[in-house]
Design a protein around this ligand. Structure first.
Ligand code: ZN
Length: 452
């Protein structure tokens, strides 16, 4: 691959935003040079457009193999490229089979061939019946493992009990791999209410207490296992309840390896604005009230929430019950893979965040979490040349015809945002520019043990 360089007045580097010329050689960043220095190769000058690290989205449901009518690697990774995401990590459900053993991981590896437009890592899963397969699954290359503490909605991915967790956590600790937890716990085995099309009833049916209780249980187990010498890296996915923040923060001060993520929908949407019958807004845990949202933003500012990921979780329009507006029956999940950066940047601007901070929350911090922080998520020497060109001042409305994921539906239709992804480079290859995909599916699977 030939050498080339990208020059901008605003390059986001680990040391901050500065004018620089980034020299790329064979897919890798060879040097970050002073702006005016001649790199000795072709230079593309981006002017004042921002050159930033490609996003690393560690929470994406692609559902292939098995549920390709919901999504698939080709469409999901195209949407990723269009959104400036150069690395994503796929969830172990809702594909068939669920990725709970080595064999299922192999089936997934066969399913990705020639379909990846960005680099893709894989989370495994652990369910009560698969604890014995966990050691082998982690050795086979997954970056970590996920479990639910409540019904996942997928029959073949049942939740773990406290007893199961006690068996799984030392194995995760041995592999130094993150343990991702869907943290909702219905301690009282509540009878589900009749929800119909009412968003408010749906919201009340998944109270903050479920999240708080699940997180307290995970903190307790992480502490107990640490006392026994097992340092489990417990991670709370898609945190919605701001009430849990205090205990997460305290656990961390105590030296426990507990981290947390949240998602654009919890940070940009709020329940007071969600009309009844609008099933596109349904996800679990639910989008809560505006005051809760502001507390989540504060937690990001304070560093209690570590990073922001999409939790892109699509299904067919039929399963989403778009036409009937039946919130109760609708599949829970938000589809918006490619819009994460403009959504977050728009709201972050209002709250006084700098673009470097948004970049860290969506690239470096997520790359570090997934064990990819030595090759992904930063514009620095010897890192993969995964880059995005961002027009941070472009203003527009999100419309369904922009969508690159499989089903052209999203709760953000009509939303005004700031910031547009102009081009995306994957390991030095331009894969997206001016709303067009270029070159071809140049992505690679990322397996632990083979990350360089
Ligand atoms: Zn998810």
């Amino acid at each position: 691959m030939s050498q080339f360089a990208l020059r901008s007045q605003r390059v986001i580097t680990p040391e901050g935003i500065r004018a620089a010329t980034v020299k790329i050689n064979d897919g890798v960043i060879e040097a970050v040079l002073p702006h005016n220095e001649n790199p000795g190769c072709t230079v593309e000058d981006l002017g004042n457009q921002v050159l930033m690290p490609g996003l690393v989205d560690t929470h994406v449901h692609i559902n292939e193999p098995g549920r390709t009518d919901w999504e698939g690697f080709n469409t999901a990774t195209q949407a990723a490229a269009a959104g400036g995401i150069t690395t994503l990590v796929d969830m172990p459900l809702n594909c068939i089979p669920v990725t709970i053993n080595k064999q299922a991981l192999h089936e997934k590896m066969e399913a990705v061939v020639d379909k990846l437009w960005v680099d893709v890592g894989f989370w495994g899963g652990v369910i009560p019946d698969s604890v014995d397969d966990l050691d082998e699954l982690l050795s086979a290359g997954v970056l970590g493992v996920k479990s639910f503490l409540i019904d996942s909605g997928i029959e073949e991915f049942p939740n773990m009990t406290e007893e199961d967790l006690r068996k799984a956590m030392p194995i995760l600790a041995k592999h130094n791999a993150p343990y991702l937890i869907h943290a909702e716990l219905d301690s009282e085995d509540t009878e589900p209410p009749v929800i119909g099309d009412s968003y408010q009833t749906f919201l009340e049916s998944r109270p903050k207490q479920w999240e708080n209780d699940a997180i307290d249980l995970m903190i307790k187990l992480t502490r107990e296992l640490k006392q026994e010498g097992h340092h489990c890296k417990t991670h709370i996915v898609h945190l919605s309840s701001a009430e849990a923040l205090e205990n997460i923060s305290a656990a961390r001060s105590e030296g426990l390896g507990v981290s947390a993520e949240t998602c654009p929908h919890y940070l940009t949407l709020f329940s007071e604005n969600i009309p009844d019958g609008k099933t596109l807004f349904k996800c679990c845990p639910p989008i809560r009230e505006n005051s809760n949202r502001e507390q989540l933003w504060q937690a990001i500012k304070d560093g209690v929430i570590d990073f922001i990921v999409s939790d892109h979780s699509p299904c067919t329009p039929q399963l989403k019950h778009i036409d009937s507006g039946d919130v109760e029956k609708a599949w829970g999940g938000i589809s918006a893979l490619q819009f994460g950066l403009p959504l977050i940047w728009t709201d972050a601007l209002d709250r006084g965040f700098e673009l470097e901070e948004v970049s860290r929350l969506m690239s470096a911090a997520t790359a570090d979490f997934a064990g990819l922080g030595h090759i992904k998520g930063r514009i620095a020497e010897s890192y993969h040349a995964d880059l995005l060109v961002f027009n941070d001042g472009a203003e527009y409305l999100i419309s369904n015809d922009m969508i690159k994921h499989r089903h052209k539906i999203t709760p953000y239709e009509g939303k005004a945002v700031v910031g547009e992804v102009m081009a995306t480079y994957l390991r030095g290859t331009k894969v997206f520019e001016n709303d067009q995909f270029v070159t071809g599916p140049a992505g690679q699977p990322l397996l632990k043990g083979n990350l360089k």
